[in-house]
Design a protein around this ligand. Sequence first.
Ligand code: GUN
Length: 282
Amino acid sequence: MEGKKLAATLQVQLIEKVKTLKTTPSLCVILIGEDPASKIYVAHKQKACQAVGIAVQLIKLPSTTSESVLLSRIDELNQDDSQHGILVQLPLPKSINTLTILKKINPHKDVDGFHPINIGLLAQGQPHFQPCTPLGILQLIDHYDIPVKGKHAVIVGASLIVGKPMALQLLDRDATVSICHKETKNLATMVAQADILVSAVGIPNLIKGDWIKPGSALFDVGITRLKDNTIAGDIEFTKAKEKATWITPVPGGVGPMTVAMLMRNTVMACENTYSLEANTHR
Ligand code: GUN
């Protein structure tokens, strides 16, 4: 599956949409510390904003930043009507409680969809802002017409960023969902049952090619830089490709879709259509 190509198509659609808006959408990205991968992801997000016509502001803070300083920065952004979207890049330094921070972001500006209210709306089947990576995978599922109803979807990794929201979204589309994690016994047996497999662990080649169910759809969220400076996903790509009908490459698969969905959520934040009662954005 060509995530990069689909993301580019969606980006063109967003550029046109932004031109029709009365206000320029804006996104504030907070980056704490010097994590090399986070710096790269944030750079991709900034570049996409510039391409789409979203005003992007980067707030860089040192890894020694206290939780209370970060909370008050978020508070300022919450109050600032000129800021439509707020994103705190994860992971945070260990001294900061991630859930405390995510809870502070105004749910109407929560373009990552990690606030308890937005996760709750998703769990109720009434989503507004949805986490960008699983939302990007849903776009790929729709684009490639991959059947979901009644299929067995196996998710490897139970994170708030990918695994848990992905499970809710696929359940909402009538898949039978299994979530695997680091305590799961017999991962091979679980993976072998998967019509749809989403792996978001970050262990290179954890999922062996000979575990894959013939005809399945494979979504690889893992991105690990190896010692030789190449990038590897969670799935043994070359072998898995022989068995699967659909597979995302790493890089160029799910990653660009995540960024495209962040752009979409930011435009939604600008449109200010947030309602706790009636949510039409799916
Ligand atoms: N770190 C890895 N993925 C994400 C994401 O989607 N959002 C944020 N804020 N941090 C991340």
